[in-house]
Unconditional design. Structure first.
Length: 236
């Protein structure tokens, strides 16, 4: 409606309307009925939404606006980034985005308090965690790029990881084992040879470095090679 009339809303006016048009509340509150069938109708269509739901709506809108402002400026649509620039003409795009991100960080902290701490909301714990899961989905779509409008195969992979592929916890990756092939048998060089114990008695050997005479006895393995009838060893 604003784009047709050319009306430029204030930041508060835009955020009040934008947090509703993102339609996050219709998704999370309807799904809450499946988690908590006793959820009263007053929670589904309240005059004032719970703070946890309102924070989710604001965060989802601002996440969307930080990634879709270029497209919406070209189409003449209102966006929180462009509305901030209108109210602060001395600022540039980077400053406007930084301002939005600061608001996002503040709202996320408030939101996590609502989810993780007791006494802030009348919702049951499963409903609170459903709000948190919904935030994670918007984070996946708009945290680093406008992946909602992009035809990216990485988006499909992330959806599979988030919904279909089970999470592996506590499983350590086994080290890769080397592909060892069995060694070929070593040919027996002494195949068919008969062995016998041979005791070699040496005579008295004169060692040049010593004046002592020594008697040594050796035991070795003999194979059936042709040897002389008498073997004389000489050590120098």
């Amino acid at each position: 409606m604003w784009s047709k009339t050319g009306y430029i809303p204030s930041m508060d006016e835009y955020l009040e309307t934008g947090m509703t048009s993102i339609a996050t509340h219709t998704q999370v509150l309807s799904a809450s009925c499946f988690l908590d069938p006793s959820l009263p109708n007053s929670k589904l269509r309240p005059p004032q939404y719970e703070n946890i739901t309102k924070l989710l709506m604001i965060i989802a809108r601002l996440l969307n606006d930080t990634q879709s402002y270029q497209k919406e400026i070209e189409e003449g649509k209102a966006n929180f980034v462009s509305v901030y620039l209108t109210e602060n003409p001395e600022a540039d795009i980077e400053e406007s985005i930084a301002y939005v991100r600061d608001i996002l960080e503040q709202k996320k902290k408030e939101f996590l308090k609502q989810v993780l701490m007791d006494g802030f909301s009348d919702f049951s714990k499963p409903c609170k965690y459903l709000h948190l899961s919904c935030l994670k989905v918007f984070q996946m779509f708009y945290n680093s790029a406008n992946r909602f409008d992009s035809n990216n195969i990485e988006m499909l992979q992330d959806i599979n990881k988030a919904i279909y592929i089970p999470v592996e916890v506590g499983k350590e990756k086994q080290p890769l084992k080397p592909d060892l092939k069995p060694l070929k048998p070593v040919p027996d060089l002494y195949s068919g040879a008969t062995s016998a114990k041979l005791k070699i008695n040496s005579q008295y050997f004169n060692r040049p470095s010593s004046k002592h005479w020594m008697m040594r006895s050796f035991t070795t393995q003999q194979v059936s090679w042709q040897l002389a009838s008498r073997v004389r060893f000489c050590f120098t």
